[in-house]
Design a protein around this ligand. Structure first.
Ligand code: SF4
Ligand code: SF4
Length: 337
């Protein structure tokens, strides 16, 4: 049986802000299946794949006994990124690499200290239901906005999960108390009505999905009309949340915004491939790819309807990318309704 006091110290030493422990018990299928069956995963087919493993970590690590959930605060208030059309979590170095580095250091330490210990870990990409585990590990709860909400950092957190094949000496009692109460601010503020209640998000209607995952085709017009200074991800349902008003302190400098966070919509729409290659690799923005990012920025120019964007939009009407060209033609029509 491993001592949680020691594991907590190690987790903090490698840079995690929060850590909690849950028994590796199977997750009721309804957690995943109801969301998938309602079609809320849009075309993210990978969410339905490996469902057996998502619901039972014993299939990922034979003999799994414990799930450790880690969280890092990513909230920072750096002046240079004020007004950025990029969601906060994506303004700096790709969080996957930061959390993976920390997880790697943690695993290395515990496998040296506890020889023979089996582990399985993931940051966002493994078939692990990270919010469920973070709740079971006592780090917080899933709010009506579908985000994981912690006491010290609100929902400005990123999660990592590690499964162990040994027990620990102390487990959390379950999710922290729900603090949403009668509040509905996120539900009424979501510009596309993507929040469907009980913390579930209809990904198809969510601007985070449309700006990031739906990157190879045109965005349906009702959604692109909501790209209001919003190019990669959407923070609206977090910004309006009263539990997010006062984060305790700014995140570690590894989460500091990079130069791309200083760019506005017009600069992002006009990004050359050379600039893209200088600014984007190593950030989460790479997921949208060059044309997807410019498509989003051009939609946002159309929504903003500023006359001084006309020359750029006209130029992009001749762009080699079908996606950008068609977005520019649409944006031009917004200027000349
Ligand atoms: Fe709605 Fe934006 Fe939240 Fe998605 S991220 S649920 S679009 S407010
Ligand atoms: Fe809960 Fe209100 Fe925050 Fe939505 S805005 S997550 S309802 S506290």
């Amino acid at each position: 049986m491993l001592p949680t006091a020691h594991l907590r110290d190690l987790a903090r030493a490698v840079g995690f802000d929060l850590v909690g422990f849950a028994r590796a018990e199977p997750i009721p299928p309804s957690f995943l299946m109801e969301w998938l069956e309602a079609g809320f995963a849009a075309d993210m087919d990978w969410m339905g794949e490996r469902a057996d493993e998502r619901l039972d970590v014993g299939r990922l690590l034979p003999g799994a006994k414990t799930v450790i959930s880690f969280a890092n605060n990513y909230w920072r208030d750096d002046a240079q990124s004020v007004g950025s059309p990029i969601a906060r979590y994506a303004r700096g170095r790709d969080y996957h690499s930061t959390l993976r580095d920390r997880m790697k250091a943690f695993r290395k330490s515990i496998t040296v200290m506890y020889p023979g210990l089996g582990t399985y870990g993931g940051v966002d990409s493994a078939p692990l239901m990270e919010k469920v585990w973070a709740a079971r590990a006592g780090l917080g709860y899933v709010g009506k906005n579908g985000c994981f909400i912690t006491e010290p950092y609100g929902s400005w957190v990123l999660l990592a999960t590690l499964v162990l094949d040994k027990e620990v000496d102390d487990y959390a009692d379950g999710p922290a108390a729900d603090r949403c109460g009668a509040c509905r601010r996120c539900l009424v503020s979501c510009p596309t009505g993507a929040l469907v209640g009980n913390g579930r998000v209809n990904a198809r209607a969510c601007l985070s999905y449309q700006t990031i995952e739906n990157r190879e085709q045109e965005v349906p017009e009702p959604f692109r009309l909501k790209f209001d200074n919003l190019i990669f991800g959407c923070d609206i349902c977090q910004q309006v949340c009263p539990l997010n008003r006062k984060p305790v302190f700014a995140a570690h400098p590894r989460f500091a915004p990079r130069a791309v966070a200083e760019l506005g919509t017009r600069e992002l729409a006009g990004l050359t491939l050379t600039q893209y290659e200088q600014l984007i690799p190593g950030t989460a923005l790479a997921r949208a790819r060059y044309d997807g990012l410019r498509r989003n920025a051009v939609y946002a120019l159309g929504v903003a309807r500023q006359a001084d964007s006309r020359a750029l939009i006209e130029k992009l009407c001749g762009d080699p990318s079908d996606l950008v060209r068609s977005a520019a033609q649409w944006a031009l029509r917004q200027l000349d309704p």
